[in-house]
Design a protein around this ligand. Structure first.
Ligand SMILES: *[C@@H]1O[C@H](CO)[C@@H](O)[C@H](O)[C@H]1NC(C)=O
Length: 321
């Protein structure tokens, strides 16, 4: 009998801790950048037929790069699920609830997050996002009847969910409308090129590449060229209201990454750099007084290059060359 009682007590404690827990511990997910990108790579290899609406089951841990309809059905209680959504740089993610059969009062939830969260780190960082952090979460159980669609501010979004009862299910339709003024972006691929323009807006934008890459800046044009004499006495770009910084790090949040280089003078012609971190970010800081523009290309570092810069580097956070 004692054993049974202990089991019951354990069960109660378990239920309590589960009910008490919010999405917080899900954000601490054990997904590593490598894990994330093997998910992403397998997702991008799928051939998506264009003609009809694509549909497939949603998994408890999932990566979705396609438009379509995604259905989750619980085959057992799932307390900590996360689906990552990604689109092209000039698109946003639109999540629409088609049908939802979950038990909100029993502790189930579906939360859309405006961005990505990995191990507690967010992209875009709170500093660079126009929406306050708490408003970046939209919980179906709080707002479902009012907001049947949720739209992200950039090309990535996430859905956290928890479902206790076997057979509970929900279906989401994901669309990717065009974003005419993309600001924060996560690259889908380890190589590509991008031109970031901030047209006289007081905002900061980050382009994140979650692979070790060589980055080649082809052009940097900051509107202040003629009326902002760079004071040679100032170290780095201190004092410049408009500049570009290259950041390297092993987490998602650009505000927690390390500066690799600051660029606050105009130039044409390539400046290149190899950054052997899990995440490389090009971040543009814009005062709003000028039109700022940076064009760059990037490609994945191969294993030999990674080895070489690792050996030559004195940095210990991650290595650059
Ligand atoms: C942009 O970033 C800079 C430096 O990181 C900061 O001083 C400034 O307040 C930020 N601007 C906005 C609009 O967040």
């Amino acid at each position: 009998m004692e054993g049974t009682f202990r089991e019951q007590l354990f069960f109660v404690v378990l239920c309590l801790s589960v009910l008490k827990g919010d999405a917080r511990y899900m954000e601490e997910n054990e997904i590593t950048p490598e894990g994330l990108f093997s998910l992403l790579n397998s997702e991008l290899k799928r051939e998506i037929p264009e003609e009809f609406i694509y549909s497939r089951p949603l998994r408890c841990l999932d990566m979705v790069a396609a438009e379509g309809q995604f259905t989750f059905t619980a085959d057992r209680p799932h307390l900590s699920c996360a689906a990552f959504f990604i689109a092209e740089p000039n698109q946003v993610i639109n999540v629409e609830y088609d049908s939802v059969d979950i038990d909100c009062r029993g502790g189930d939830f579906i939360k859309v997050f405006d961005g990505w969260v990995m191990k507690g780190e967010k992209f875009p960082s709170s500093q660079d996002h126009a929406v306050p952090l708490m408003e970046r979460y939209v919980d179906y159980c709080d707002s479902g009847t009012v907001r049947r669609t949720v739209r992200s501010s950039q090309n990535v979004a996430m859905v956290f969910f928890r479902v206790h009862t076997i057979g509970s299910s929900f279906t989401l339709t994901v669309r990717k409308p065009i974003n005419p003024f993309p600001c924060n972006i996560i690259s889908q691929t380890p190589e590509g090129s991008f031109t970031m323009v901030i047209p006289q807006q007081h905002r900061n934008c980050s382009f994140s590449i979650i692979y070790p890459v060589e980055i080649k800046i082809a052009e940097l044009s900051l509107g202040h060229l003629n009326d902002f004499p760079i004071k040679k006495s100032m170290p780095g770009c201190a004092g410049a209201g408009d500049f570009v910084e290259l950041l390297g790090g092993n987490g998602m949040d650009p505000s927690k990454m390390f500066p690799v280089a600051d660029l606050c003078y105009n130039f044409n012609g390539p400046a290149q750099m190899k950054i052997g971190c899990d995440n490389t970010v090009v971040r543009m800081v814009s005062s709003g007084r000028f039109v700022n523009r940076v064009a760059f290309q990037y490609r994945l570092l191969d294993r030999q290059e990674l080895q070489r810069i690792k050996v030559n580097s004195v940095e210990d956070f991650c290595f650059t060359g």
